[in-house]
Every structure is written in C-alpha cells, then in structure tokens.
Design a protein around this ligand. Structure first.
Ligand SMILES: *C/C=C(C)/C=C/C=C(C)/C=C/C1=C(C)CCCC1(C)C
Length: 238
C-alpha cells in the first residue's frame, strides 16, 4: 500500500498520532504498575489502564480513518466514549465504595453518562439539523453527573472516606467540571446548530477540524490525567 503523506500543517492528523501513542504509553504504565499497587487500590489502577487502553485502540483506528478519508471519525469517537466514560463513573464508585457507596449510585452515574452520549451522538450525526435540542438534552444528563460528584452522593461519601479520598475526588470533580466541559465546546464548534442556532465556524470542513483537535486534546488530558489522579491516590492512601 502506498504511504500516505501528512502535510506539515495537518494538526488534526498530528493530534491523532500523538493521542494514539500517549494512550498506548499510559496503558503500559498503568498495567505494569498494578502489581506494585497496594491491594485495595489495584482494581482502580487496573480500570485506569483499561480506560486508556480502550482509547488507544480507538485512536489507532481513528488515526487511520482520518488519514485515509480526511473526515472526522465521529462513529469511533462515540463508541470510545460510550465505553470509557462509564468506566470513569466506575472509578468514582470504586473510590467511594469503602465509605459505603451503593451499587444504585453506580447505575445512576452510568445511566446518566449513556444518556449524555447517545443524545450527543444523535445531535452530531442523525439529527444534525436539531443539534441544539439534542445538545441541551445531553447537557442535562451532564449536569446531573456534575451535581452527583460536586454536591450529591459522591461528594458526601468522599468526605467520610478520609482526607486522601476526599482530596482525589475533589481533583477528579474538577476534571468533570472543566475538562469535560470542553466536549460541548467541540460540539458547538462542529455542528450546524452551533450555540443556540448561531453557527460559530461557517466553513463545515474547518468546523470538523476544529472539533477533532479540541476532542483529541481533551481526551488525552481527561483520560490520562484522570488515571494519574487515581494512581497518586493509590500511593498516598495506605
Ligand atoms: C474520554 C472521554 C470523555 C471524558 C468524554 C466526555 C464527553 C462529554 C462530557 C460529552 C458531552 C456532551 C455534551 C455535554 C453536550 C453536547 C454533546 C456532548 C456529547 C459532546
């Protein structure tokens, strides 16, 4: 097969390549560290590795897809999120479990994340002309997750789980509030509905590129950074 050339100003391809490699390296790190982790945190560190590993596999595909077609790999992107975001919810459950988190909390977090992603997918693909409506529905589910983590059950349980868990949960809560808020921004840039019907980037191809770069950078921070917070918790709380 003929090698595909990448233009030096192709930042989309660049971030797909870097993203693939970063996710792979992070997975190797987390997987190898599981054995050196205190027993009670091993599952949490393993899940950190699963999150970056699933992303690494999807990034490998997305990188190739984007290189060959020049398009946004929206489908792979959402499959990846549909697997990794619920696993991030599992992390919140695992670290608050010792303080008494119930399985019902886990299901509520997972359900909210699935609603958030399915409605977002519909707005970005099938019903693009009503992307504002789907974006709003998706945001309601997103704010419910933010609520649970900042003020609801997750926050309360984390307080009673000791200072280290409380501190880690606070940092992870910032990831969810600020790091995850970048995705709706990508959605606003990349869909024709834009922000409440106002299209921010008029050229559709440029909008798709902006969206991919925003999503790629956010993914690296949110998945690897999130895992590192769990990792450092496993080293500080015996
Ligand atoms: C590793 C991937 C992560 C953490 C992905 C998170 C994705 C979101 C928080 C997406 C949220 C969206 C909205 C809140 C509204 C517009 C549609 C979405 C799906 C982009």
């Amino acid at each position: 097969m003929e090698a595909l050339k990448i233009a030096s100003d192709n930042y989309v391809a660049f971030t797909f390549f870097i993203g693939t490699m970063a996710m792979m390296a992070a997975s190797v790190f987390f997987f190898f560290e599981v054995g050196n982790t205190p027993k009670k945190w091993q599952t949490s560190v393993l899940v950190s590795g699963l999150i970056t590993f699933i992303a690494a596999v999807h990034y490998y595909y997305m990188r190739g897809y984007n290189l060959q077609t020049g398009d946004s790999p929206t489908f792979f992107r959402y499959v990846d999120w549909l697997l990794t975001v619920p696993l991030m919810c599992v992390e919140f459950y695992l670290i608050t479990k010792k303080a008494g988190a119930k399985i019902g909390l886990l299901w509520r977090l997972i359900a909210a994340s699935v609603v958030m992603l399915v409605t977002g997918y519909l707005g970005e693909t099938v019903y693009r002309s009503s992307s504002v409506l789907w974006g709003v529905l998706s945001s309601i589910a997103y704010f419910y997750i933010v609520y649970l983590i900042w003020f609801g059950e997750v926050a309360n349980l984390a307080q009673s789980a000791g200072p280290q868990v409380a501190k880690a949960t606070r940092i992870l809560a910032w990831f969810v509030l600020v790091g995850w808020a970048v995705y709706p921004l990508g959605y606003i840039l990349g869909t024709p509905g834009g922000l409440l019907g106002m299209q921010l980037v008029s050229d559709a191809a440029a909008a798709g590129k902006a969206m991919d770069i925003v999503y790629n950078i956010a993914d690296a921070i949110n998945k690897i950074g999130f895992g590192l917070v769990i990792y450092s918790l496993s080293r500080s709380d015996e």
